[in-house]
Design a protein around this ligand. Structure first.
Ligand SMILES: Nc1nc2c(c(=O)[nH]1)N[C@H]1C(S)=C(S)[C@@H](COP(=O)(O)O)O[C@H]1N2
Ligand SMILES: [Mo]
Length: 369
């Protein structure tokens, strides 16, 4: 890790009791945007509606001189330009990606950072070269443990100046089902600048921080990577000074496409009395999702929804639907997913210091007229 740069970044902190979202969080929220929940209607999120999260700046990557290097503990170091990379065999995978910080702003106390509610998610068709193929071409040597990925973006975070870097264990990096992709296309088009143009990593089933954008270097290491985004950020911990557990796979979550029409400021929904078809999506990094339950009384009683099987898209969200007999009055709709590993969404907040993996059930206030 690089030496601390003093005076530019305060340590992460918890908001005081009752403290509103500040300008620093608003500045992040205005740069990084979520999925408008009505866009849950699309199997594949249309361009521009997929959530975006960028720690620093979107780097300039327009030139045709991009290189991807593959080095470290390998027999033959690779130095590829884009035509050389695209000449490798490709795969296309539909993948639901979610930020590990999704749900952070609903925590009490609130960790001060990007203030997501529930909307930091999107699904895209990613096309790229399986990482395993590139690592086979380079020839991973004995003793390899981690593979480190470096983006072209640069910044300072809590006093530590850095390139954005994350690692995967070798077994995940060389996986076949699912493959990790070095993606050069999103929904059949070159990657847009904000999603990592010209190259990004796609790690099906893992939270967003693993999917390194503006990918310029891949390095095989003989010891666990201890970079900032691996060992300081993205750990589940109760206290700031604890080592904690790594944030890795996506916890189960279901979201409801809010029914009826919204009130401008409160976002409370308005529906007419009678049967209302509720629809939404559910996903998990330990999927598939095997059950979705819906509650119209803020979680006191639950009914099963119909969940579509994952079909050909094991790493993408699944559609669900249920019919609700709406009666005049005010209601709170709630929904929760259960995955194949036996994990269900909690009805009490899973609090941790960084505000990661908060898959607390969504609550949608509805006024029925
Ligand atoms: N190089 C780089 N890669 C990055 C990031 C970043 O700031 N820099 N942000 C990560 C995080 S925290 C998330 S949630 C996802 C967001 O991907 P998206 O903006 O394409 O949705 O990218 C990840 N990859
Ligand atoms: Mo993220």
């Amino acid at each position: 890790m690089e030496a601390p740069l003093s005076g530019v970044s305060a340590p992460a902190r918890l908001a005081a009791d009752g403290e509103g979202v500040g300008h620093d969080e608003l500045a992040l929220a205005a740069r990084n945007h979520g999925l408008p929940l009505e866009a849950l209607r699309y199997d594949v999120t249309p361009p521009g509606l997929h959530y975006v999260l960028v720690h620093y700046d979107i780097p300039p990557t327009d030139g045709d001189d991009w290189r991807l290097t593959v080095g470290g503990l390998v027999r033959d170091r690779l130095d590829l330009d884009l035509p050389a990379l695209r000449a490798f065999p490709t795969e296309t995978l539909r993948v639901t990606m979610e930020c590990a910080g999704n749900g952070r702003a609903r925590l009490a106390p609130r960790p001060v950072s990007q203030p997501w509610l529930v909307e930091a998610v999107g699904t895209a068709e990613w096309t790229g070269v399986p990482l395993r193929v590139l690592l086979e071409e380079a020839g991973v040597e004995a003793g390899a443990v981690d593979v480190v990925f470096t983006g072209a973006d640069h910044g300072v975070e809590r006093g530590v100046e850095q390139d954005y870097q994350r690692a995967l264990p070798l077994a995940v990096a060389t996986g076949e089902d699912p493959p990790v992709l070095v993606a050069h296309a999103m929904n059949g088009m070159p990657l847009p600048p904000q999603h990592g143009h010209p190259l990004r990593l796609v790690v099906p089933g893992w939270y967003g921080m693993a999917h390194v954008k503006w990918l310029r270097d891949i390095s095989v290491r003989d010891r666990p990577f201890d970079g900032f985004q691996q060992n300081v950020a993205y750990r589940y911990r109760q206290d700031a000074d604890e080592a904690g557990e790594p944030v890795d796979r996506i916890r189960p979550r279901a979201l409801l496409l809010p029914p009826g029409f919204p009130d401008f400021m409160s976002r409370t929904r308005v529906v007419d009395a009678g049967p209302v078809t509720l629809t939404g999506r559910a996903w998990s990094g330990a999927g598939p999702v095997v059950r979705v339950e819906v509650s119209a009384d803020d979680g006191r009683t639950w009914a099963d929804a119909e969940v579509a099987p994952p079909g050909d898209h094991r790493w993408a969200w699944q559609a669900w639907h249920a019919v609700w007999e709406a009666r005049p009055g005010d209601h709170v709709l709630t929904v929760r997913a259960h995955d194949a590993d036996g994990h269900a969404q909690p009805v009490d907040q899973p609090w941790n210091r960084g505000g990661f993996g908060n898959n607390l059930v969504q609550r949608v206030p509805v006024h029925c007229r």
